[in-house]
Design a protein around this ligand. Sequence first.
Ligand code: NAD
Length: 405
Amino acid sequence: MQNPYQNAMAQLDKAVKVKNFSDNFIAHLRQPNRDIRISIPVKMDDGSVKIFEGYRVQYNNALGPYKGGIRYHSLTEINEVKALAFWMTLKCAVADIPMGGGKGGITVDPKSLSKGELERLSRGWVRGLSDILGPHKDVPAPDVNTTPEIMAWMADEYAKITGDKTGATFTGKPIATGGSLGRGSATGLGGFYVFDSLRKQIKLPEKCKVVIQGFGNVGGHAARIFKENGHTVIAVSDSKSAIFNKDGLDLEKVEAHKKKTGVLKDFAGAKNITNAELLELPSDLLVPAAFENVINANNAGNIKAKAVLELANGPLTPEADEILFKKNIPVIPDILANSGGVTVSYFEWEQNLKNEHWTEKEVFKKLKKMMENASEKMLEKAQESKTSLRMGAFILALERIQKKS
Ligand code: NAD
């Protein structure tokens, strides 16, 4: 299997075959503007010092300051961060927000650290990179395994170093320290708005049976939102287990079970299945909301969902994309489907800079409008070029970035 950056470049190759773009523009987009690795020394609780590897990729800022999350994971490496930064560039363009694309990370299993070690590591990432961050330069946010609390530590460290009082250099902060209402559920909710705008076009029923891979920030909120809107969530999973009930899961009880036992497994109201089985369940909508490359050449032929909503970044390999396209299974692409998160991050940045506080209702109203506009424009581009929704989203983004490059 290719690394995520090779997958991202394969998608770009495909887009330039569908539509003509300037060679110079595409050559520039094949490389990030900057790709930085840092060493972060952290004093551990036992008095020893451990060195961690951290990253920031500033991919493209034609549309505005770099924007993108920070991932903490033991498998995080530079090619993953570069791919995610490339997708962020396109995502901001599809959502039509005035920001460019970046991404960061640290190779670490955060569960292996104490809270103090995690805080020192997070502050160390900021110290190593503070020169290149800033509200008008580069605005990081949370991603996998990074939380509002971590963003608060980072924002505090940045303020100590630079004296910046706006708080606008990090988004996804807790409400008490300048976070936006609605940010926590924004990615899941944005994904739902996108799905809802496209549902009839992709021929899904009014009430769908939904399967969700990943029950974290994005997948957990998405599950709740789909259910609140009359759909039935029949299966969910986390890194260790998956559960299935063909008549629908009682999500509140599932959450209580997960809180109590730490796993989804052995929930009384469902059957245990494997993560591989979950992806291949018959359903109306499959929502990958965990990691990259989970649907690939090995399992794409077995997918029985009628459509896929990519809430994770890069969950399908290019081979899987091709297989599902041939099987007539529409895929709502990540760069649109999960752009609700960065859209509300942008709202947070704007509120911080203007010293405003918007209500949750205002935030969701603005988010809905932006997701509906983006879905409509993407569909137009896909139909114009008789191509997939992903290529429609790529064309929309590339045209917008090229215009400002
Ligand atoms: P998270 O850490 O809160 O949740 C990830 C979930 O995936 C957890 O439930 C974890 O147990 C599960 N998981 C991990 N490995 C798995 C595996 N192999 N199989 C099944 N489940 C597995 O992270 P998140 O913030 O919810 O992010 C999930 C995805 O959404 C990532 O691809 C991320 O880049 C993307 N995303 C997140 C945001 C955001 O606002 N948080 C925005 C856009 C995109």
